[in-house]
Design a protein around this ligand. Structure first.
Ligand code: PFF
Length: 358
């Protein structure tokens, strides 16, 4: 995105798909999607999400990437180049990552904290009721972990080694996917016994839409949650995909690549939900479904605990992979702010990374 330098480009469509998927797949898929799905009635949320992904998702992702490819510019300039009246859109899109970065780092900090807990063999403590609330209501710990996460993200951007990180994600992303599938299968073997003695799994709640008691107001909430989640998850309307688009060669088949990015992103989200939501139902019943942002952190340690001796190791690997997936995303968020500052104020990468971090 630095205009002074020659713009690089992805060597092939695979490089582009992997880079864009690295930005797209992150906490949005693994942490945010499952808690929204649980809160908004499982299958109903999923149905609305899939319809929106197939319509809005493909359209906005294609538009973002196409604007980038056509203009070959960073988002700050690209919109204005398509139409002079659209300059403001570029500015607006560039501000979104500024809002997202602190939010993302807070949750990234939670993941690092849980990684350290599992790494030091205290996974069973994390499975106890009240552990998560105790942690997030603490005064200093969440701030310290946020700081560590922010520092890691800033380090990658400061050194300009994003490409190196993306290379790792080629190996780590498939491992994460296999892990999520394995944990999902295990989660589905867990059952919940109702008050009347009926044994149930949470699979049905998660996958089958239930419109009983649906009001217009409730539907509106589900719709807005799903739409917001979609934009967040595929990283659109915030300049990032415009930037990736500007590196795509003219010969690359855009539609094919876009299909791959969106399908992969949606599959990871659906699987993460499968790993978390039925388990929440098993351990906490229907009341647990509205637990909100803590859902993954409350339910997964319980799943790992019920795996017995292997649970500690699997939990450690899981939180390690999630940390990587999160960092590849937050790096793309910070990179977008840093490169806009480089373009706009003509300052060095190092200086603008320090300013953004502070
Ligand atoms: N799409 C990423 C996720 O689902 O975790 C988060 C994200 C990355 C949001 C980049 C916004 C962004 F610009």
């Amino acid at each position: 995105m630095e205009k002074k330098h020659t713009r690089g480009s992805f060597t092939g469509s695979i490089g582009f798909v992997l880079a864009a998927a690295g930005s797209a797949v992150g906490l949005g898929n693994i942490w945010r999607f499952p808690y929204l799905a649980a809160k908004d009635g499982g299958g109903t949320f999923i149905l609305v999400y899939i319809v929106l992904a197939l319509t809005f998702g493909f359209t906005v992702l294609t538009t973002d990437i196409a604007i980038g490819r056509k203009t070959g510019q960073s988002p700050l300039v690209a919109y204005g180049k398509i139409h002079p009246g659209w300059n403001g859109l570029g500015l607006l899109a560039s501000i979104v990552p500024v809002v997202i970065l602190p939010y993302y780092c807070s949750i990234g900090g939670w993941v690092l904290k849980y990684l350290s807990v599992f790494l030091t063999g205290h996974g069973t403590a994390a499975a106890e009721d009240g552990y998560f609330t105790g942690y997030i209501t603490g005064t200093w710990q969440p701030i310290v972990w946020l700081g560590i996460y922010l520092f890691l993200t800033a380090f990658v951007v400061y050194r300009g080694v994003n490409k190196g990180i993306e290379n790792y994600s080629k190996i780590l992303m498939p491992i994460l996917l296999i892990l999520i599938i394995g944990i999902s299968i295990f989660s589905l073997t867990l059952t919940h016994t109702d008050a009347d003695g009926v044994v149930r799994t949470g699979m049905k709640i998660y996958l089958v839409p239930n419109f009983k008691g649906m009001t217009l107001q409730k539907f509106f909430t589900v719709f807005v949650d799903a739409l917001g989640q979609l934009f967040f998850s595929i990283s659109v309307a915030m300049g990032i995909m415009v930037a990736y688009g500007s590196y795509v060669k003219k010969e690359t088949n855009l539609m094919k690549s876009i299909n791959q990015i969106e399908i992969f992103d949606t599959i990871v989200a659906l699987l993460a939900g499968l790993m978390i939501v039925p388990a929440v139902f098993t351990f906490m019943g229907t009341e647990g479904m509205s637990a909100g942002p803590g859902l993954m952190f409350v339910s997964l340690p319980k799943v790992f605990q019920s795996m017995g001796a292997a649970g500690g190791v699997i939990g450690t690997i899981f939180f390690l992979m999630v940390s990587f997936a999160a960092i590849t995303s937050s790096v793309s968020v910070m990179e977008s702010i840093v490169s806009c500052m480089i373009d706009k104020f003509h300052i060095s990468r190092k200086k603008s990374t320090v300013i953004v971090t502070v």
